[in-house]
Design a binder for this molecule. Structure first.
Ligand code: W6P
Length: 382
């Protein structure tokens, strides 16, 4: 069998979405054999769906060196997992499988910048028309969403069954059953503050308030979630709000209006509202914030957006679209509304109950690339 045959074969199976509830339950009493048997097929299925989808993006994109590099890594990882197809789950196999997953996760750590480079290579090679841009936007969303799911499953397996990685005591692998939203907001703010200070940038303050409609004795909000994902989303939004505020009032202002964070746990949704007074964004620019390769910041080579270590505060253009994917991954959302001249309100919505938080996964469908019909869903049902 060629690899292409294998992709055809595994893409015939539908991906199996898991819920946060099932991940937690499995972390408590699941065994490594079971996880091994699930993953050695599921990873191949999920990779195959994306490989099939690549036949429908602009052909010249597949020729870009960075895309070829990315694909060669995927082929390698696919083959490594495929090699376990008939392996009995004895102790040696299980250990090797876990080691393989650790290596795969490391191998793909920089795929996002690699795909950003692929896009730049395409731009250099010639103008990208609107249809191509739309297709690539659509493809990137799905590709990165698929990646989030795969990395979540791989990391969970290696945390539960590997021994090389430290584990936070209260967490079940990467999941925290008592994820404390306010403390994640404070952590993300502290990191953003450091980043700004290293760039000699002033830092507006934040105000956090919490309200728990659901368990009404106290207003702390905790829930079952992957703290790393929530941190990623909040950090990205805070950075944007803080930067907008500083740019609106200037570097030497005596005072800045605070960024206000409200955390509300309802019966169905947990919502985090982040409101700034950074002058807002005109309506015509708002949806562009989620386009790959559009950025509101100057390109990251001016002093203004680089800290002393060269870490950009903003500017690569992938932060917001990927933050929204993290929010959508477990059936949540990230929405922005803005009043030009005043400020921007960002809303992160998350399923309050872990049994409703099931993965949103792309399913390969060529129909979606043909623009003429809306038949058939190319996303998994919840
Ligand atoms: C702005 C632009 C933006 C994007 C995302 C989150 C907050 C904000 N504020 O001005």
């Amino acid at each position: 069998f060629t690899l292409a045959n294998q992709f055809d074969n595994y893409a015939k199976f539908q991906p199996t979405p898991v819920t946060l509830k099932s991940l937690i339950d499995f972390a408590v009493d699941g065994d490594m054999k079971h996880s091994y048997k699930f993953l050695r097929v599921e990873l191949l299925v999920r990779w195959s769906h994306m490989r099939k989808e690549m036949d429908y993006i602009p052909a010249r994109f597949l020729e870009m060196p960075s895309l070829k590099l990315a694909n060669s890594l995927y082929d390698q990882s696919f083959s490594e997992v495929l090699a376990f197809k008939d392996a009995e789950p004895d102790a040696t196999t299980l250990r090797k499988f876990t080691e393989t997953l650790v290596e795969i996760r490391r191998r793909h750590a920089n795929i996002v910048p690699t795909l950003a480079r692929a896009y730049m290579e395409l731009e250099k090679a010639g103008p990208i028309d609107l249809i191509e841009k739309n297709r690539l936007q659509y493809f990137y969303d799905r590709f990165f969403m698929n990646r989030i799911g795969i990395r979540t499953l791989i990391y969970q397996h290696t945390l539960l069954f590997g021994n090389e990685l430290p584990q936070h005591s209260q967490q079940a692998g990467i999941i925290d059953p008592y994820c404390d939203v306010a403390s994640i907001v404070r952590d993300a703010y502290a990191t953003a503050k450091q980043l700004f200070e290293r760039a000699s940038y002033p830092v507006p303050t934040i105000e956090i308030s919490s309200h728990n409609v659901h368990e009404n004795e106290k207003n702390d909000v905790t829930f079952v979630y992957i703290p790393a994902h929530l941190y990623h989303i909040i950090f990205e939004l805070l950075k944007n709000s803080l930067r907008a505020t500083v740019e609106r009032y200037g570097l030497d202002a005596k005072e800045y209006p605070p960024v206000c964070v409200r955390i509300v746990k309802g019966h169905e949704d947990l919502t985090i509202q982040i409101a700034d007074r950074g002058g807002g964004v005109p309506r015509s620019k708002l949806s562009q914030l989620f386009h790959y390769m559009y950025s509101t910041a100057p390109k990251p080579n001016s002093d203004f957006t680089l800290d002393s270590k060269g870490t950009p505060i903003a500017g690569l253009g992938y932060g917001l679209p990927i933050a929204r994917l993290y929010a959508k991954y477990f059936q949540g959302n990230l929405a922005l509304s803005s009043v030009e001249g005043l400020g921007t309100w960002a809303y992160i919505s998350i399923k309050a109950a872990a049994e409703n938080a099931s993965e949103l996964l792309p399913i390969f469908s060529k129909i979606r690339y043909s623009y003429t019909t809306k038949k058939g869903s190319d996303w998994t049902k919840k």
